[in-house]
Design a protein around this ligand. Sequence first.
Ligand SMILES: [Mg+2]
Ligand SMILES: [Zn+2]
Length: 353
Amino acid sequence: MEEGKHQSRREGGRRHQEREKGRERDRDSVRQESRRTEKEMRVLEKHREKHRDREIGMLADLASLTILLSAKTPSIMAATTVLVFDFDKTIIDCDSDNWLIDHLGATKLFDDLLLTLPWNTAMGKIMEELHSQGWSVEDMAEVLRKAPLHPNTISAIKSAYALGCELRIVSDANKFFIETILEHHGLMGYFYEINTNPGFVDEEGRLKIFPYHDFTSNVSSHGCPLCPPNMCKGLIIERIKAEMVTEGKKRIIYLGDGKGDFCPSLKLSEDDFVMPRFKYPVWELITENRELIKAEVHEWSDAEEQEKTLLQLINKVAMADLSNAAQLIDCKLQTVPISSPHGTFPKILPVHH
Ligand SMILES: [Mg+2]
Ligand SMILES: [Zn+2]
């Protein structure tokens, strides 16, 4: 009985041990199972993280697109616009040569010189005369600093620059006059380039003015019948247009008033704009030869209208660029699958003939 009990207890013990072993095996396999599951979970988690990163990346892309499409965009878009200003009666509200000569009492002398000499040559000559009368370069600079420059023109220049436009000057005045006036108004830094007749102070302190195109050996070195012998603004515009291709610039807005601004107006294309000053020589020439002008024409009569018209144009072209960019983005978003849960694309079924 005891033996039986013992035996049964031993057997019971064996069964117990086997059960325990079995349980241990089960536990092991559960542990292994859970280890496997943990591993799979980690892989899955990693996969999810990756996916999340991609989603975050996409959201960031969308956010930057939103920024691109928001208020900052006109400034990005206006970066493809080049503004070309004439100087006399366009930036300043007078002719700098006449302003100086009249203020130094040399009007009659200058008119006499103009009877036989081209304007730019007469300017060079009158400088010699004024210096021999005792006027210094500083006297001249003092007079030039008083030339009228309207606050609306100043704010137009600053706004256009802030919007990202590139500003250039093409002028038949001279480097010394233009720089003296722009520096006085703190505007030098807004201009990318000034194309004008050379004008500098020599070692004797005399102001020397030379032609932009050297025509000493020729009547007209540039060969353009529309322009004065010292400067063809049309040729300068052609050079600027060639540069714009490599710089990724898209259009010119040209502002001018004089006869010399007609030739560059003819060089402008359909994407460009010309802003002639109302009832001034270039406006009259454009009005009489409307069929020769490819650019869109927007006239202005005073600084207030100049600023308003210019900024409206800059915004208009920026918005047009923006809508083109939005269409491009829209096309791209439609062709790129945003999410594909299994990372697979629909299979193309083979076609049997
Ligand atoms: Mg002018
Ligand atoms: Zn010309």
